[in-house]
Design a protein around this ligand. Structure first.
Ligand code: TRP
Length: 332
């Protein structure tokens, strides 16, 4: 029954904060995906180690992300949700793939170049081999589809190259060729201060995003100080009023109102009015999520047990792939 469903796999590095952009993507996609696909979601804590992490904060953030996924409505029965480091096969397959990866391919990775410029004091080999671990994440589960943003496309390409190399060398069809998943575009939520770029969870300027667990005061402040133009007419105009357009998009998604309705509601009113109302709407939308979140965070035993169950279900798949890989490369 579930066997003919395609597998979709999505990973999130455990850094930064989940944002309103993640919220909107989540509510738009998760429910629909879980019926159509076999869905795996994991928290990439091993990937997080490629930059300096305070061990305590990393642990806390891993719980926090996991709890936020659940609070946002991701169903741990219908989906497999797990923590990367709790499935040891990831690191193991990564090693096998490392031995198949030409250095030249890694040298081309633009994210490595960017990150090593940003973290000049910590250009570690993990930063360099990061895309190989990502390939292992994907290939262990025979994923058909991987939703990837622009910044991860090159990494998925490398993963596809590795499937080719493996096949050339060992030729037994063990690894499945993954494809990028281009979701039915939900709304694209942009940065609050720089509306020409995406709202990102790892943005250094926290004024650029609303975090799912920001308190109401902070949310209000961030939305009120969002960049808008100097005009006064509330009108959806992506080219000339990108900041306002972004606020209207958020408003429209959260309220279910069309742009036309919103424009009519705010005819003759100032941007300030809209910002106050939008801040309220965001606070009220996130309230139940935050309540559920803080309940979940109070009970780490419960979270640990859900994580363990997720890891166990993931491992059942991962170990079967790894066994075949070990055998075909000549490991006893
Ligand atoms: N590198 C991805 C990011 O930073 C996270 C990630 C790790 C991932 N492993 C993955 C995404 C496997 C998709 C598939 O966004």
């Amino acid at each position: 029954m579930t066997n003919n469903k395609k597998t979709i796999l999505s990973g999130s590095t455990v850094t930064g904060d989940l944002t309103l952009g993640n919220y909107i993507g989540a509510i738009n996609n998760w429910k629909q995906l879980q019926d159509q696909y076999e869905c795996l979601y994991f928290l990439a804590d091993l990937h997080a180690l490629t930059v300096h992490q305070d061990p305590k904060i990393l642990k806390e953030r891993t719980y926090s992300f996991f709890a936020q996924y659940l609070a946002l409505g991701l169903d741990p029965q219908k989906n497999i949700i797990f923590v990367q480091s709790q499935v040891h096969e990831h690191a193991e397959l990564a090693w096998i793939l490392t031995c198949l990866t030409p250095m030249g391919y890694l040298n081309r990775m633009t994210q490595f170049k960017e990150k090593s410029e940003k973290h000049v004091k910590n250009i570690n080999a993990g930063l360099y081999t990061y895309p190989i671990l990502m390939a292992a994440d994907i290939l262990l589960y025979q994923a058909d589809l991987v939703p990837v943003g622009e910044d991860q496309k090159q990494h998925l390409e490398l993963c596809r190259d590795l499937v080719g190399f493996f096949e050339n060398r060992y030729g037994n069809g063990i690894l499945k060729m993954p494809e990028p998943y281009i979701g039915k575009m939900g709304a694209r939520i942009m940065s609050l201060q720089e509306p020409d770029k995406k709202m990102s969870k790892s943005d250094e300027n926290e004024k650029n995003f609303v975090s799912i667990i920001d308190d109401p005061k902070k949310i209000e402040k961030k939305i009120k100080s969002a960049t808008t133009d100097s005009d006064t007419v509330v009108q959806y105009d992506l080219t000339n009023k990108p900041g306002l357009a972004n606020l209207l998009t958020i408003y429209s998604v959260l309220s279910g109102k069309t742009m036309k309705e919103l424009e009519a509601d705010y005819e003759g009113k100032m941007y300030g009015h809209l910002k106050v109302d939008l801040a309220d709407l965001v606070v009220e939308t996130l309230r139940p999520v935050q309540a559920k979140y803080s309940d979940l965070m109070k009970n780490k035993d419960h979270l640990n047990s859900l994580m363990a169950k997720g890891a166990e279900r993931a491992r059942a798949k991962a170990s079967s792939t790894l066994k075949k890989v070990y055998d075909s490369v000549g490991l006893l």
